[in-house]
Design a protein around this ligand. Structure first.
Ligand SMILES: [Fe+2]
Length: 258
C-alpha cells in the first residue's frame, strides 16, 4: 500500500501491513475479536456505567470487569524507552513479572541488543528466565528481537506460538497470570493488543494505542479512526499509567488524545 511520504511519526516498518497478508480465516478472527464478547473475564461492552471510575469518571460495566479480577501483584520494568527520531526508532521494551511468569513485551528495534540485555541483567533476570513474550502487533519495530530469548510461548492477537507449534486463540481477555491480562485493542493496526498489568500502585496499559503522550491523535497507520477512539477510551477507563510505544510512560488526563 503506497501511503506517499511518511510523516515524522512514521514507523520504520513502512509497507508491512499484516492486514494485507492475512488469509480469509484470519480476517474473520480479527473481526470476531472486535465485535464479540471477550473469552474470559472481560465483559461485553455495554452502555451501562457505574460510578467510581478512574479520575472521577464513570467506568463502564465492561471496564469494571476488565479490572475486577485483575490482581495487583505484578512488577513492571521498562527496559527500553521507545522513541522516534527518524531515521532512528526504538520501541518500548518492557519486563513484567508476576507470580511464576517473566514476560517480555515487545522486544523490538533498539540501537544495540545490550540495551535490552543489560538492564535485564541488572534486574537479576537472565534471558533463559523469561517464560513468555508478548508482541503488541506485527510491526518489526516491536518484534525484531524476539529471538533474544529462548523458545517460549509468544503471544499475539490471534495465537500462541512456541517453537513450531501454533495454537490459535483470540487474545482478548487471556490471563497470563493473576495480574497480567491481554486485551484486543485494534486501532494502530487491526491486530493490536494491549497488555494490562495490575501493580500495587497502578493499572498499567502497555500499548501502541499511543505512540507518545501526545498521540499522534490521528495515528498515520490507523485505518479506522472511530475504532481507535473506542479502544483508547476502553483502555483509559481502566488504566492509570500508559506505557506507550515510542515515548515515556504517562498518566492520562483530559488532554490525552482519544
Ligand atoms: Fe511502533
Amino acid at each position: 500500500m503506497d501511503r506517499g511520504p511518511q510523516p515524522e511519526w512514521a514507523c520504520p516498518s513502512v509497507g508491512f501491513h499484516v492486514r494485507d497478508t492475512v488469509d480469509e480465516e484470519t480476517a474473520t478472527m480479527r473481526i470476531t475479536a472486535v465485535i464479540e464478547p471477550p473469552m474470559t473475564a472481560v465483559g461485553r461492552i455495554s452502555g451501562a456505567s457505574v460510578p467510581g471510575g478512574v479520575g472521577g469518571r464513570c467506568r463502564s460495566v465492561a471496564s469494571v470487569r476488565q479490572v475486577a479480577e485483575l490482581e495487583r501483584t505484578a512488577r513492571v520494568d521498562v527496559l527500553v524507552e521507545g522513541y522516534v527520531r527518524m531515521p532512528h526508532v526504538a520501541g518500548t521494551v518492557s519486563l513484567v513479572r508476576d507470580a511464576d511468569r517473566v514476560v517480555i513485551v515487545d522486544p523490538g528495534m533498539v540501537a544495540d541488543r545490550d540495551l535490552i540485555l543489560r538492564p535485564l541483567a541488572e534486574l537479576g533476570v537472565r534471558p533463559e528466565d523469561v517464560t513468555d513474550v508478548v508482541v503488541s502487533h506485527h510491526h518489526l519495530d516491536h518484534t525484531l528481537n524476539v529471538a533474544l530469548f529462548p523458545v517460549v510461548p509468544v503471544h499475539d492477537f490471534q495465537s500462541v506460538i512456541e517453537g513450531h507449534t501454533f495454537i490459535r486463540r483470540p487474545a482478548d481477555g487471556v490471563q497470563l497470570s493473576p495480574s497480567i491480562r491481554l486485551l484486543a485493542t485494534p486501532g494502530h493496526t487491526p491486530q493490536d493488543i494491549t497488555t494490562l498489568v495490575g501493580t500495587p500502585d497502578d493499572v498499567m496499559a502497555l500499548t501502541h494505542l499511543w505512540w507518545t503522550e501526545q498521540g499522534p491523535a490521528d495515528d498515520p497507520y490507523c485505518t479506522d479512526r472511530e475504532l481507535l477512539r473506542q479502544q483508547r477510551e476502553r483502555v483509559l477507563d481502566v488504566a492509570t499509567l500508559i506505557v506507550c510505544a515510542h515515548g515515556p510512560a504517562f498518566r492520562p488526563n483530559g488532554s490525552t488524545p482519544r
